[in-house]
Design a protein around this ligand. Structure first.
Ligand code: ADP
Ligand code: MG
Ligand code: MG
Length: 919
């Protein structure tokens, strides 16, 4: 049998089953018929009213792209299919009595804006136009259809810009003194068609093609060619759609929504694409209109359902009276059609098992379905729809878990602008990276970084951004650019780093040199003025708009979904929290313990700071012990708060790990100061003190502080420091236990590279813990483990595991040391370029490098478990909240991941998805 290039919608699935030798799944149908073609076939098979149609396969397109010719046999199959449609409709293509008209529609596997548009009303010429007028008893309509066809064919097939035609129509409307197309006179329309054909002839030197089959042939070629049009290629690059897929072509019998007031055309979603609600149909339509009129924005569309219509009127400030007479719903206008539509929607949702976005046309009271596809939706709607579909029994709970995307959950946890806040909107651009941000406008990346360092919130405003701007972008709360689209440098960097971004805001004019931008209406925003940007909507506001934290407790659908996820996952989810308030928040978000509490953050507390400096500068052990005694209460207080919040759950306290110099004034500053004082005030006490400080800073000074006296090394070298921390920790634990709190203290010794470091620190600290427990007279468990963040530790895990009750991968440092990158320097200097140029697949500090760092982790897990089967394994680097990295952690068999509180929900979902994916 000759190869099939053409499939009739009425039996497409059966025919494909024969060809393939098995019944095709929906995805397989989409592969061959494209999304639109598969939809037409599916709707026809389900019994929905679809105008007779057929699909030319994506394979034919691929053949055409390779050879520039139609494959052998394709045209014959098209003729056969046309004949079949003619029989179904009782009309004939090109017939001067009863002509068949068709649309030619492109349709790739995935919906692709940026591809070819659709040609409607194909098959018209002077004769068939006359027949159409006769048959419909509507001369005006026939000319309207004809002028639309000439416009679309010239524009889409011949690339003779639509604007030339629209211009003439506008002139005509102006001349006749009318506003909308349907008001144009019949004579006007007749003249317009004449004029259009003349324009075509002038442009191409030959008359407008009258042979319908020639029209068809050229249109099909145009659809195939459009696959490689620059904007389609660019879109695929951006969306990662393979170039070899090709597009299908759908030939579909025309139905007319523009045949009078009993005709209409529209689109509807089966559920709200913004909220996911489905108490009614969400959609719009226009009476007496064709095709794209609804989205063209020249007339105000009406709402499909009554309830939707009432809500719409309220928002628009339109009275019920006016709504009913001027903008009635389809439900009111054509109740039978509406009821039929509801039944079809239900059927299609069950077939596709997802929310549908559907195009329809009503021709003289008869409903026709023209397209159905899975509808795009917001994060909120995505979660609600998944949960609702599972509750309705349309999909399973596991499918609901797999359908929610981690990015959706991430978005739902981000702060947004208070909808009730006062706002003064000054411009709107592209919503390039989600999130809301408030800050002062700064027009230069260097100054932005500097201002941010002074602790101010900054919005970086640039005409556009380039790699030099990256450090400034990373330091900003948000980024606003005048130029560039969703794939511009600004947008890509912002999305990759979770920075809200409004890009391509062409309404403003940025003058970086003058440090200001001008918004519509001449409003000037100068450097230092506060602005707010909304990366969800692309809006820019003057002043500070109130932010509200994502209110997790009210997101009932998300909570439901995550409870389902909890039932599935085997990976635990803990949180990284340094303060009681973070710990409490994380518990609300579902954390099952603390995987990392960084104690040095407590030392940065203003009140403790002085004691910390004295501890470092101490010249005798006595002085040092005194300072440590002063520090202890600060630590203990915070630990108690954390134990309270984590009642019944494990808490890992990591012993101090800062580069010590961070507590002291910068060396350069001290040198300057001392030099100045030596000249101006050589005998002052101030100078003596500064000189002493400088001596100590010089002592501590390290060429590479990231690899200096850190982690357990600080504990080993500063006698009394980690003892103090351990004492504070166990005092807090014991005191909480006495108050009836169920405490599970775990002590983590950081940055161990050799087992002896661990042995030394652990035995010393275990003694302290035992001593406190005896003093307090209450038993609490005391668990000791280490952080794996030095490659040597991972490689010698067999040795280390014998002395540790748990391991926690500190993948931030582990990545730094495995790659030999210092993170701060790398991200500011070359790393983003590396990613942009494809030298690295992604930023290893955001997504775990599974091949390298991950290999070390695997070795560590294997050797660690072999030496100590009871060892508990977790991860507490930033990767613990990254979905891909979580998948890896699941695969290598970790017990838990730990991440910042706001990422706990994402981690719960990702852990469940990992489990389901690898079951
Ligand atoms: P897109 O891929 O942009 O959605 P479509 O092929 O769906 O393009 O068509 C564009 C517009 O033309 C839509 O409004 C669609 O409903 C309408 N349309 C397409 N084919 C027909 C037809 N045979 N009869 C009536 N309207 C049609
Ligand atoms: Mg469409
Ligand atoms: Mg570390």
């Amino acid at each position: 049998m000759a190869k099939r290039w053409v499939y009739l919608s009425r039996n497409a699935k059966e025919t494909l089953t024969e060809v393939l030798g098995h019944e095709p799944a929906l995805d397989e149908m989409k592969e061959i018929f494209g999304g639109k073609g598969a939809g037409l076939a599916a709707m026809t098979a389900a019994g929905a009213p679809v105008p007779p149609s057929f699909t030319i396969t994506t394979e034919a397109c691929v053949y055409y792209m390779e050879t520039g010719e139609f494959p052998e046999g394709m045209w014959e199959q098209i003729l056969e299919a046309m004949q079949d449609i003619e029989e179904q409709t009782g009309k004939q293509f090109g017939d001067p009595e009863n002509p068949l008209l068709v649309s030619v529609r492109s349709g790739a596997r995935q919906s692709m804006p940026g591809m070819m548009d659709t040609v409607l009303n194909l098959g018209l010429n002077d004769e068939t136009r006359a027949a159409l007028a006769e048959l419909t008893d509507n001369e005006w309509f026939s000319y309207d259809a004809y002028r639309r066809f000439v416009t679309m064919f010239s524009d889409i097939v011949m690339h003779f810009d639509r604007e030339h035609f629209e211009e003439r129509l506008d002139e005509l409307k102006h001349k006749e003194g009318v506003r909308t197309d349907p008001q144009v006179s019949l004579e006007g329309m007749v003249g317009l068609v004449q004029e259009y054909k003349g324009m075509y002839k002038d442009e191409f030197g030959e008359p407008f093609p009258t042979d319908p089959y020639k029209q068809l042939d050229l249109s099909i070629r145009a659809v195939f060619d459009s696959w490689n049009a620059p904007r389609a290629v660019a879109y695929r690059e951006h969306e990662d759609i393979p170039h070899h897929w090709g597009t299908a072509v759908n030939i579909c019998t025309m139905v007319f929504g523009n045949m009078g007031n009993d005709s209409a055309t529209g689109v509807a979603f089966s559920r709200s694409p913004s909220s996911g609600e489905h108490d009614y149909l969400y959609g719009e339509f226009l009476v007496n209109a064709q095709g794209e009129d609804v989205v063209a924005g020249t007339r105000t569309p009406q709402q499909v359902s009554l309830e939707g219509s009432r809500e719409w009127a309220e928002r628009q400030g339109i009275s019920e009276q006016e709504r009913k007479s001027g903008y009635p719903s389809l439900e009111e206008l054509m109740p039978d059609v509406y009821a039929q539509y509801l039944r079809i929607v239900d059927m299609l949702e069950r077939y596709y098992r997802d929310m549908q976005d559907m195009e329809f046309t009503i021709e003289r009271g008869t409903l026709w379905m023209l397209q159905t596809r899975t509808g795009k939706r917001t994060a909120k709607a995505a979660v609600k729809i998944a949960v609702d579909l599972a509750n309705e029994g349309i999909i399973s709970r596991t499918e609901a878990i797999m359908r929610a995307e981690p990015e959706h959950v991430e978005q739902l946890m981000r702060p947004s602008f208070d909808p009730d806040a006062e706002k003064q909107r000054i411009a709107r651009g592209l919503n390039a990276s989600p999130g809301a941000a408030v800050g002062i406008a700064i027009f230069d990346a260097g100054r932005a970084a500097e201002t941010a360092r002074q602790g101010k919130d900054v919005i970086l405003v640039r005409p556009e951004t380039s790699p030099e701007d990256v450090p400034g972008m990373l330091a900003s709360q948000g980024v606003l650019t005048q130029k560039g689209g969703a794939t511009s440098h600004a947008a890509v960097v912002a999305r990759g780093n979770n920075i809200p971004c409004v890009a391509g805001c062409e309404e403003i004019t940025v003058e970086s040199g003058n440090r200001r931008f001008t918004a519509p209406g001449g409003m000037v925003v100068s450097e230092g003025d506060t602005i707010s940007i909304d990366g969800f909507t692309g809006e820019v506001f003057l002043g500070a708009v109130d932010l509200i934290e994502a209110d997790y407790s009210r997101q009932t659908d998300l909570i439901t979904l995550l409870v389902w996820a909890d039932e599935v996952r085997s990976l635990g989810v803990r949180t990284n929290a340094d303060y009681p308030v973070d710990a409490r928040r994380a518990i609300d978000f579902g954390a099952e313990g603390i995987g990392l509490c960084r104690t040095e953050h407590m030392f940065f507390d203003e009140r403790a700071r002085d004691a910390v400096v004295r501890m470092i500068l101490a010249e005798t052990q006595e002085e040092r012990d005194q300072a440590l005694d002063e520090m202890l209460p600060f630590q203990e207080q915070d630990f108690e708060g954390i134990f309270e919040a984590m009642d019944g759950k494990p808490v890992i306290m990591r012993l101090i790990d800062p580069p010590m110099h961070e507590f002291l004034p910068p060396r350069e500053e001290l040198i300057e100061e001392v030099t100045r004082l030596r000249c101006t005030d050589p005998d002052s006490e101030d100078l003596a003190e500064k000189e002493k400080m400088l001596r100590e800073v010089n002592n501590l000074w390290e060429v590479n502080p990231m690899m200096g006296l850190r982690g357990c090394r600080a504990g080993i070298m500063y006698k009394g420091l980690t003892e103090m921390q351990t004492r504070a920790y166990f005092q807090a634990a014991c005191r909480c236990a006495k108050r009836g709190i169920d405490v599970h203290p775990e002590v983590m010794i950081p940055l161990v590279g050799h087992v002896n470091e661990l042995i030394l620190e652990r035995s010393k600290l275990e003694e302290v813990a035992q001593q406190v427990i005896e003093e307090e007279g209450i038993e609490v468990p005391a668990i000791f483990g280490t952080m794996i963040e030095v490659p040597r530790a991972a490689l010698t895990a067999g040795e280390i595991a014998g002395h540790a009750q748990f391991f926690s991968f500190g993948t931030n440092d582990l990545t730094q040391m495995t790659y030999g990158y210092s993170r701060d320097d790398a991200e500011g200097k070359f790393l983003l370029q590396y990613v942009e140029r494809g030298i690295l697949p992604n930023n290893p500090f955001q997504t775990l490098d599974q091949v390298g760092v991950g290999r070390l982790m695997e070795i560590c897990v294997e050797d660690g478990r072999a030496a100590n089967p009871d060892i508990e394994l977790g991860i507490c680097g930033e990767h613990g909240g990254d979905p891909d990295s979580i998948d890896f952690c699941h695969r290598i068999g970790l017990d838990y991941v730990s991440c910042s509180p706001y990422r706990v929900p994402v981690a719960r979902l990702a852990a469940a998805q990992a489990k389901l994916r690898h079951e």
